[in-house]
Design a protein around this ligand. Structure first.
Ligand SMILES: [Zn+2]
Length: 268
């Protein structure tokens, strides 16, 4: 049996308060809230892709409302905005998930996105119109295929029935892996690429936000009680949201359109 050193134990203990984002991490970071919360376990297990942003936090609360036993999964891929993982931790804790895991891998090895390559500038101060023109440089090559593959493997391991993903085709991003035809194709992969699927118990992808506007997502989240102040959307990678990257601007525009105040502090 592997011996767990005192420093690792201490680190795990502290992890409940704050993930150690700036230090070396083991392959998979996780904490287990099942201890002391057996009442959270239900018949239907769901894996929720949780980045810590508005959309993924909303689908976590949707999965809860749907009566699922929620297993959240987040990804530390050395993204510029790793600050979002702290938000994911706080939201997962607030929602009372059964388990939250952070999987580590390094997409900076080849970069190719403003989120994984410091040599590519983050677009700033763009209008919603400008954002809708092209697939932006914040697109991370095949990111959702990577994420869904991890989620699928994890789901089959724990015999989950559902994977929740907060993709949205209308948020001006134009990301190819956020579109309905892509999700449909991945559903086929889920069906054909797993033992569970071949044996007649396929894992279903649930993407309830795919055709919603950002304002509608916030309205849904309000109904579900999503703690917006714990979420994180900014791409810029600082401790305070920048207010001018595409993600901040979309978020702020939606709150403003609804006549609501975003309680998150902004640099500008
Ligand atoms: Zn920002």
């Amino acid at each position: 049996m592997q011996n767990i050193g005192a420093d690792v134990f201490l680190w795990l203990f502290k992890a409940e308060l704050q993930p150690p984002l700036a230090t070396a991490q083991p392959e998979v970071w996780q904490y287990d809230l099942a201890i002391g919360n057996p009442q959270l376990e239900t018949e239907m297990k769901a894996v929720i892709l949780l980045s810590g942003g508005l959309d993924s936090s909303t689908i976590l609360y949707q999965a809860k409302a749907d009566g699922c036993e929620c297993h959240a999964i987040s990804f530390d891929y050395q993204q510029r905005h790793r600050r979002e993982l702290r938000a994911a931790l706080f939201v997962a804790q607030k929602a009372g998930v059964v388990k939250h895991q952070v999987v580590n891998f390094d997409l900076r090895q080849w970069g190719g996105s403003a989120l994984t390559d410091d040599g590519i500038d983050l677009p700033k101060e763009r209008s919603l119109d400008e954002m809708s023109q092209n697939i932006p440089v914040t697109y991370v090559p095949a990111r959702n295929t990577i994420f869904l593959s991890f989620a699928l493997a994890y789901s089959e391991t724990i015999s989950a029935e559902r994977v929740y993903i907060g993709v949205n085709a209308l948020d001006y991003s134009g990301y190819p892996d956020c579109r309905p035809d892509y999700i449909q194709a991945m559903q086929e992969v889920f069906q054909l690429g797993t033992k569970q699927g071949r044996e007649g118990k396929p894992i279903t992808i649930i993407a309830p936000l795919i055709n919603l506007k950002k304002t509608e997502i916030i309205q849904l989240g309000n109904q579900l009680g999503v703690p917006w102040e714990l979420t994180w959307s900014c791409y810029a990678g600082a401790d305070v949201a920048c207010g001018v990257c595409d993600s901040c601007r979309l978020r702020l525009a939606a709150f403003t359109e609804l006549g609501l105040k975003d309680l998150l502090p902004y640099a500008q």
